[in-house]
Design a binder for this molecule. Structure first.
Ligand SMILES: Nc1ncnc2c1ncn2[C@@H]1O[C@H](COP(=O)(O)OP(=O)(O)OP(=O)(O)O)[C@@H](O)[C@H]1O
Length: 591
């Protein structure tokens, strides 16, 4: 079975330990027949046998020996069981540790498409609950199966030695138990797949709710969110109950059949004792070991439940384990070259699945040039810049950096040459200093300050309680939108990239601060090609060229003056931003 093969592969490094654990399980479980055997001898020789009284008088030493043997074997089994469990735990925890790292790296290595398709809550479920289920399978399910089978086999062999017919009477119960268990397994399996899906939905809702808590509060949508959570919770709970109910449907049959072992033993075994076919001691051995037959049958339901959970979880983990990003970063750039920063889009068309978002885009940017991109919301601006660091691949055409198709460049090198400040600013739960120096953790403090100054962030950072050592919360809580943008800009500048991409980075800062930032960008002390997405004409005016995107196409291209002269989209935006209010008032007045 593929899943078991997968487990075996991942046990590499702990296989010997695990095999030792399995062997110890077999040995320890086989030893369970020793004490019933000793018990049998004690009963036959010293309690119920014909010579019991004389044996008690003359062979007391033997009785003490047998008693001590019983205690000794119990201690031995307990120590063995302790040591065995230790080996199972160690090997399964080690495996879990390795798979967790592997999966984390896999998730890290996925491309944007993967993140578009996979929900955070689902990935979190895979990294936590599903992984633990895999560990549980190795440390508990397999162990329980092996131990139950060994005890069962040892008991059956021992029973056969005592009396084959009585054993066969008892074994009559096994086929119906297996049939019931098989039907139960088939019914419950899809339920665990469903259960796993519901859990993932519940986690996704919880995660989104926590992440988006401020939006929820702002819109006073707590009752709605609570209702949404309640719904997912009800679904999960129902799925859980449904699986439990199926188990309850079968549980009475399994329990009755397990109890029947004792009943058969009492009736058939009792008759055999009465007619002298077996001794009291042998009967007591049957009684002492009958659990070895009935217990595995009783726990078969729990084992099947866990096996189904394991399959539901492992298939989810394997989705991540064997996923291959279309755009893979092999991280094997030994020498990372510094690019000149020449960019060229050649007849680029891009689609999200089947929806065309960019069409036949052509433009080039020379090293050191600044190009501004403007356009209505949803026009495709962010998509366009995402093609330069190869977050996505083009559907048609080529994106060239320094004359080479980005698909042929080493990703680490390419991305290392690009500083990017994205539209949604995400800061890590770290100090401001740590956030700015994210691309180069060894950056000296003076440099961090230098880039903060360029991004007009130094002043407000200085006023914070612990300056650059102030910890900003998850997503930059505790900072204003404009402050976050400026830290993100400092972070992008700090890698001194030959290509700087700013996606609406100054939209939340005031005009004065923006002017400071523009001046800094003009006067950077390293060569840098800049691509700036902006909505304000004040930002775009000084660019060497402006591209106007509309519905995935470049509809205008030129300098500020050229585009104004064209009297098209750019001209309209310019008019609106400079005299919009006045013009609207006039327009209304004329009506
Ligand atoms: N990950 C995605 N999957 C599918 N469609 C997407 C994705 N990202 C964006 N789109 C769609 O692509 C189109 C262009 O989006 P894009 O974000 O590039 O626009 P934009 O010009 O940057 O807009 P804005 O100014 O609002 O940021 C939109 O119609 C959007 O719905």
């Amino acid at each position: 079975m593929f899943q078991l093969k997968w487990l075996w592969q991942n046990l590499k490094g702990d296989r010997a330990r695990y095999i030792i654990a399995l062997c110890l399980s077999v040995v320890g479980s086989s030893l369970t027949i020793i004490n019933p055997y000793i018990g049998q001898r004690i009963v036959d020789q010293f309690i119920a046998g014909n010579d019991a009284i004389s044996n008690l008088a003359h062979h007391r030493g033997q009785l003490i020996g047998l008693g001590l043997g019983m205690i000794g074997f119990s201690l031995l089994r307990t120590s063995l069981s302790y040591f065995t469990t230790l080996q199972y735990e160690r090997s399964s925890q080690n495996m879990l540790f390795r798979i967790r790292i592997y999966l984390y790296n896999k998730i890290q290595g996925q491309d944007m498409k993967y993140y578009d398709r996979n929900r955070t809550g689902d990935l979190m479920t895979k990294m936590t609950g599903d992984l633990d289920m895999v560990r549980h399978s190795l440390a508990w399910i397999i162990k329980t199966i092996i131990e139950s089978l060994t005890v069962f086999a040892a008991a059956v062999v021992y029973f056969f030695f005592i009396d084959a017919e009585l054993t066969l009477w008892l074994l009559l119960l096994s086929p119906p138990i297996f049939i019931v268990a098989f039907i139960f397994a088939r019914r419950v399996r899809p339920m665990y797949v469903e259960l796993r899906e519901r859990l993932s939905q519940l986690n996704t809702t919880t995660q989104e709710n926590i992440a988006g808590n401020r939006v929820v509060k702002a819109f006073a949508r707590e009752p709605y969110e609570i209702e949404k959570f309640h719904e997912k919770n009800v679904h999960y709970s129902k799925a859980n109950k449904a699986a439990a109910m199926v188990w309850l449907d079968y549980f009475p049959y399994l329990e009755i059949l397990s109890q029947a072992f004792t009943v058969i033993l009492m009736i058939v075994g009792g008759l055999f004792v009465m007619n002298g076919r077996i001794t009291f001691g042998e009967f007591s051995a049957f009684t002492a070991l009958i659990w070895g037959l009935s217990n595995p049958m009783r726990s078969i339901g729990i084992i099947i439940n866990d096996i189904q959970r394991f399959f539901a979880s492992v298939s989810k983990i394997m989705d991540v384990y064997y996923s291959h990003p279309e755009i893979a970063n092999k991280h094997n750039a030994e020498v990372k070259r510094r690019y000149q920063g020449r960019i060229r889009f050649e007849d680029v068309t891009f689609k999200y699945d089947n929806v065309t978002v960019l069409q036949n885009i052509n433009f080039s940017v020379e090293p050191g040039e600044t190009i501004a991109i403007m356009g209505a919301t949803g026009a495709g601006k962010t998509t366009l810049i995402n093609l330069i660091p190869r977050f996505y691949d083009v559907a048609k055409g080529r994106v060239l950096v320094d004359g080479t198709d980005v698909r042929k460049l080493e990703l680490d090198e390419l991305r290392g040459n690009i500083g990017i400040a994205t539209q949604d600013v995400l800061l890590f739960s770290d100090t401001i200093d740590g956030n700015i120096a994210y691309g180069d953790p060894d950056m000296p403090e003076e440099d961090v300050e230098k880039f903060a100054k360029l991004a007009a962030a130094h002043d407000f950072i200085g006023k914070m309680p612990e300056g650059y050592n102030t910890i900003v919360g998850e997503r930059g809580v505790g900072l204003s939108g404009g402050q976050k943008q400026r830290i993100a800009l400092a972070r992008a500048l700090a890698v001194q990239p030959p290509i700087l991409i700013l996606d609406d980075t100054t939209s939340a800062v005031d005009v004065e601060t923006e002017e400071h930032i523009q001046k800094s960008l003009r006067e950077l002390d390293f060569p840098c090609t800049k691509i700036i997405i902006a909505q304000r004409v004040s930002t775009t005016a000084e660019a060497d060229r402006i591209l106007i995107l509309d519905n995935g196409r470049v509809i205008e291209e030129g300098t500020h003056a050229e585009l104004l002269a064209k009297r098209g989209y750019y001209y309209d935006v310019f008019k609106l931003q400079n005299e919009g209010i006045g013009r609207e008032a006039t327009a209304h007045g004329q009506k």
